[in-house]
Design a protein around this ligand. Structure first.
Ligand code: T4K
Length: 388
């Protein structure tokens, strides 16, 4: 900010109220009160109630998948997915460029995460670097479709098949994404979806597993309910991963407007792309062939040399303007104190991931965001470049 008048800049651009990186798409309060009225009437609050069953069916239809199990959140869902596939020792290859939940779930299942570097274009696991990390202890690959961008699902499956490994996708960001006209969450053995308040489709807290068969669904349903098969039969050490009726009722109303939510986000994304495309040093994801995206996030990659400012400086200036961006996913999971001493955490073997994590910034994106606010954010980013 050496060459511009800082006070003048803030006077021009500072918003009166903070704008967050995301906001949930709230259904009408009246409609939700109606649903709550029914829950009150039924006195059925959880354990596979009416709203739960209805939501499970409606999401399966919407996603175009056969078998789905709802959960209290995505993290517990992923924990149960690993358990259901009997992956509870050894190593699992995963990405360091993700939310802490991904490696933590491995840790909680007694598995050692093995971090693999990411691809510089997709920010997902680099399939060309997976194979050299496979050891006799490797049980599975756990890739993440970061920001809803599909991983190289074909190559990953090919590697997994060749080595007899499971593939579990962390598809927390990928609700509704289609690849080659198929639901993205159908690839791999199991995919986990998150319905957290910050997600495109939300139940406040919540999540799901997309699974391959009726039998697998039944097993997972036991596991998420303490392993209870019947009042007098506990089939194994399950956990409590159930979604309750308040969450499910909220989700049903959200589902009614999900297509509107996606198309509004698409329009906002389009404006970001149009306005920022000619700013040197700022890169946005380009549209990918064969992918029907969900516009879950708006990441930009900053090249400090070309842009003239670091990601952290831009983050701070935007914050002063009341624009609360997020550095998803900095710091890398491999740098957390609980994982830093793993051999696979060595920064040298994760150079792309470090580069991306140090320069990434997620800009606000949600349906109630004003188009004028997007234009203002873009103008700030453009003006900062010009002033350099
Ligand atoms: N795998 C991946 C790849 C994930 O990204 C996640 C979660 C998971 C697994 C685990 O799934 P879950 O167990 O959560 O279902 C948020 C979310 O808490 C987290 O769910 C999400 N990923 C992650 C990407 O984002 P934070 O620490 O950024 O949340 P927070 O509270 O700072 O919220 C960000 C902004 O969202 C706030 O500044 C304002 C807005 N917000 C937030 C909440 C909670 C709202 O407007 N309303 C709200 O209720 O992690």
């Amino acid at each position: 900010m050496n060459h511009i008048d800082y006070h003048d800049f803030l006077k021009r651009y500072r918003l009166p109220e903070p704008v967050f990186v995301t906001q949930p798409n709230m259904p009408s309060l009246e409609d939700y009160q109606k649903s709550i009225g029914e829950i009150w009437e039924n006195k059925w609050l959880t354990n596979n109630g009416y709203f739960h069953r209805k939501l499970e069916q409606r999401i399966a239809e919407y996603l175009d998948v056969k078998h789905i199990c709802l959960f209290c959140n995505g993290t517990i869902a992923l924990l149960v997915a690993l358990h259901a596939l009997r992956i509870n020792s050894g190593e699992v290859i995963t990405t360091p460029f993700t939310f802490p939940a991904t490696p933590h779930v491995l840790y909680w299942n007694g598995i050692r995460p093995v971090f693999c570097d990411i691809d510089k274009n997709t920010f997902n696991l680099d399939p060309n670097k997976i194979e050299k990390l496979i050891s006799p202890d490797t049980k599975a690959i756990l890739p993440v479709h970061v920001y809803g961008n599909p991983c190289d699902v074909e190559k990953i499956q090919e590697i997994a098949d060749r080595h007899g490994l499971h593939v579990i996708y962390d598809a927390a960001h990928a609700f509704g994404v289609r690849y080659k006209n198929r639901p993205l969450c159908q690839y791999g053995d199991i995919s986990m979806l998150s319905f957290h308040a910050t997600k495109l489709f939300s139940t406040g807290e919540g999540g799901a597993l997309v699974v391959k068969s009726k039998a697998q669904k039944e097993r997972i349903n036991f596991l998420k309910n303490f392993g209870i098969a019947s009042q007098e039969m506990i089939i194994g050490p399950g956990i409590n991963g159930k979604m309750n009726e308040f969450q499910a009722a909220f989700g049903l109303l959200q589902l009614d407007t999900i297509d509107k939510e996606i198309s509004r986000r698409a329009a906002l994304t389009h404006t970001y792309k149009n306005m920022l495309s000619d700013v040197k040093g700022i890169t946005l994801f380009s549209d990918k062939p064969d992918v029907q995206p969900n516009y879950a996030y708006l990441p930009i990659l900053i090249d400090p040399k070309l842009y003239g400012m670091t990601r952290d400086d831009l983050y701070l200036i935007l914050e002063k303007c009341n624009i609360m961006t997020r550095k998803y996913f900095y710091p890398l999971c491999s740098t957390y104190s609980c994982y830093a001493s793993l051999p696979s955490s060595h920064p040298e073997s994760l150079s792309v991931a470090h580069e991306i994590a140090n320069n990434i910034l997620c800009l606000p994106l949600y349906s109630s965001l004003e188009m004028e606010t997007v234009q203002l954010i873009c103008n700030i980013i453009k003006d900062l470049k010009i002033s350099k």
